[in-house]
Write a protein that binds this ligand. Structure first.
Ligand code: PRX
Length: 633
């Protein structure tokens, strides 16, 4: 595989080249791909506007770099292995040749139904191969996909449809999730009552659920492709044309649509995939994420398929029908690279090693972690029990906004250090700064993580609101991209990510903005004000703890707590449901009226050491009440 780093010296050379002459470095990698027209300029950038353009004015279609480029050698190679939720159903293998035909058919269907280059298409689907086909078909015709995790509520879905003014929604009749059936089509129907841009809904038959098909709007997937040809002339795209929008939470209320563009994203996901996982030609690679998140986009779909890999897609959940399900799948498909989240590891760790020992994991060569800091205990359990002590563990740090893995060991090349994401990939220039933005040089330093130079798959804008992109990422520290994460560089120069330094909570590897949850809570008619913080949670990494003032309510605190939990679940989705809701009569505030979250975080963490000076508060008396209410007195 081209551009695969072989050893540590190679890495050092590549890294050096990528910093000294980034444009030469990336253009050499870009040359590997198929272009319809080459670029005028490799990179134009300015982090103040911000404005970033990679491979300016070049023309290509990303899917031609999966299909037309690879089919001569990969036609009969398995592209996707699909493992269904239900263990009694058969797994399915789809070759590159078959995937191409399915993509072409659906690309034609989308066009027949009126989708044109630049239109936005929402994908709200289960983990089935058709979801991948849907993404690729959009890329083929130049439509911009926006995948929405199918666990999100109707309100969350409607907000995303409205924000990107989607023309079409792709969904299924229902989803399987463990022993549950989820009526997703009904969620779409509810969402679309609050929107007016969607012209068509295409529905994949999955569970056989009775669904209502709205005349002139809803179509069955199988009907739309029935008469479509299985070849398709790819749309010509410019490098900086939008490939997709993916919504993610930030520290302000509304989720923002992170925009990724075509060429840079393609090059970076390919390059990072082959190097981090050290993928070899016949390997079977499995990433357990959902395509609703960036990990699914970059490392189930685009990176692996651009590399001609065999990528496994799993429809179900780790504990159904038993807590050894992951390991059963590894044995069954002889998985070589396995990539999951610390929260899944911790959840399975609870069941002990018996479910692991039942299965043969000897095919594994590389194991990976993503989404949140991995604690040392989970790191060791994973390394010893799953990797059997001899698989390199790649702890990959990155974000929706970065598009691809930024800081990570390269499997088998970078020496492993537990809980350290370790070193940046070639082309990535991290910098640690203090609160004032001064660079912290040398080892043994701790501060805020920024990136000081563009990389090809970086965020270009937040959809429909460029100012927000500037304010969120490029204004905290001048001339740098601010990640929102804290980081430590240890005595060896290895980086360890410490977690978010802003008002973002990481629950089971999913990002939640505290303001977003507060907005949902405030919808309760009895809530006057609320504050949400994260606290350490054994399995989820962080849990959500909400404080709410409901002064005039006639309901009992128990009823209010339950109603608030259910309300958040309804407005955002089950992943945002607070673990704890505490009804309070006031929130600790500074004299300027800002909530002192530091104090609330301490209470939620059940750690009252170093509460700090509370005498400057407007209302110090509420602190005692809150402590008492939490049962900490
Ligand atoms: O705080 C970091 C954490 O997840 C955030 C990004 O979340 P999201 O955009 O949803 O993307 C998750 C998957 C790429 C980061 O700001 N994070 C992600 N990976 C790691 C991590 N924290 C520590 N170690 C990691 N390996």
């Amino acid at each position: 595989m081209k551009f695969k780093i072989q050893n540590l010296r190679d890495y050092a050379n590549e890294y050096h080249n990528s910093v000294v002459s980034p444009e030469d470095f990336w253009s050499e990698i870009a040359d590997y791909f198929h272009w319809k027209k080459k670029w005028d300029k490799v990179l134009e950038w300015d982090f103040d506007t911000p404005s970033i353009s990679w491979f300016k004015n070049a023309e290509l279609n990303l899917t031609e770099n999966i299909f037309e480029k690879l089919l001569p050698t990969h036609e009969h190679k398995t592209a996707i292995i699909w493992e269904p939720n239900d263990t009694s159903a058969d797994a399915i293998s789809i070759t590159y040749g078959e995937l191409f035909k399915a993509t072409c058919k659906f690309a034609n269907a989308l066009q027949t139904q009126g989708v044109r280059k630049g239109d936005r298409v929402i994908i709200y689907m289960p983990m089935v191969p058709e979801a991948t086909v849907a993404m690729l078909a959009c890329a083929r015709i130049g439509a911009v996909h926006s995948v929405v995790f199918a666990g999100f509520s109707a309100t969350a879905l409607a907000d995303r449809v409205n924000d990107c003014k989607a023309k079409m929604v792709l969904t299924s009749d229902g989803n399987y999730r463990g022993n549950k059936k989820i009526p997703v089509k009904a969620v779409v129907d509810e969402a679309l009552q609050k929107t007016h841009t969607v012209e068509k809904v295409i529905v994949l038959k999955r569970t056989g659920e009775q669904v209502e098909m709205v005349p002139d709007r809803d179509l069955w997937w199988h009907d739309t492709i029935a008469n479509e040809p299985d070849s398709h002339k790819a749309e010509v795209m410019k490098s900086e044309d939008l490939l997709f929008i993916l919504y993610t939470s930030g520290s302000t209320g509304k989720p923002k649509g992170v925009v990724h563009t075509t060429a840079g994203y393609m090059i970076y996901t390919y390059y990072s995939f082959i190097n981090v996982f050290q993928y070899q030609t016949d390997d079977v690679y499995w990433c357990t994420a959902d395509i609703g998140w960036i990990t699914g986009h970059s490392y189930i779909v685009y990176g692996p398929l651009l590399a001609g890999a065999t990528t496994l897609m799993f429809e179900g959940v780790p504990t159904y029908p038993h807590p050894g399900r992951f390991w059963e799948i590894v044995e069954k498909h002889r998985v070589n690279q396995f990539y999951t989240a610390p929260t899944a590891i911790r959840a399975l760790q609870v069941h002990g090693t018996a479910p692991v020992e039942k299965f043969d994991l000897s095919s594994l060569k590389v194991i990976g972690s993503v989404g949140e800091p991995i604690n040392e205990e989970a790191w060791h359990w994973y390394h010893e029990n799953i990797g059997k002590g001899n698989c390199p563990l790649v702890d990959t740090w990155w974000q929706t906004e970065t598009g691809g893995i930024m800081i990570s060991p390269l499997a088998g090349i970078t020496p492993n250090k537990p809980a350290h994401a370790s070193l940046p990939l070639p082309g990535v220039q991290p910098i640690i700064v203090d609160a004032e933005g001064n660079e912290l040089i040398g080892n043994n330093v701790e501060g805020n993580l920024c990136i000081k130079y563009p990389w090809p798959s970086m965020i270009r804008t937040t959809y429909g609101d460029h100012q927000r992109c500037k304010d969120t990422y490029f204004s905290t520290y001048k001339g740098m991209y601010f990640t929102g994460d804290g980081v430590k560089r240890d005595h060896d120069g290895y980086l360890r990510i410490l977690g978010r330094v802003d008002d973002v909570i990481n629950v089971s590897g999913h990002r939640m903005g505290t303001a977003e949850v507060e907005n949902a809570i405030d919808e309760h008619p009895d809530v006057i004000e609320s504050a949400v913080v994260g606290y350490p949670h054994e399995i989820k990494g962080q849990g959500i703890y909400a404080f709410a003032i409901c002064d005039k309510s006639e309901k009992t605190p128990e009823d209010l707590e339950e109603e608030i939990k259910q309300l958040v679940r309804k407005i955002i989705g089950p992943i945002a449901k607070p673990e704890h809701v505490q009804i309070v009569s006031g929130l600790p505030k500074t004299r300027s009226g800002k909530i002192m979250r530091r104090i609330l975080r301490k209470v939620a963490s059940r750690d009252l050491s170093s509460l700090g000076d509370i005498s400057t508060l407007l209302n110090p008396e509420v602190v005692d009440e809150i402590i008492k209410g939490a049962g900490l007195d």
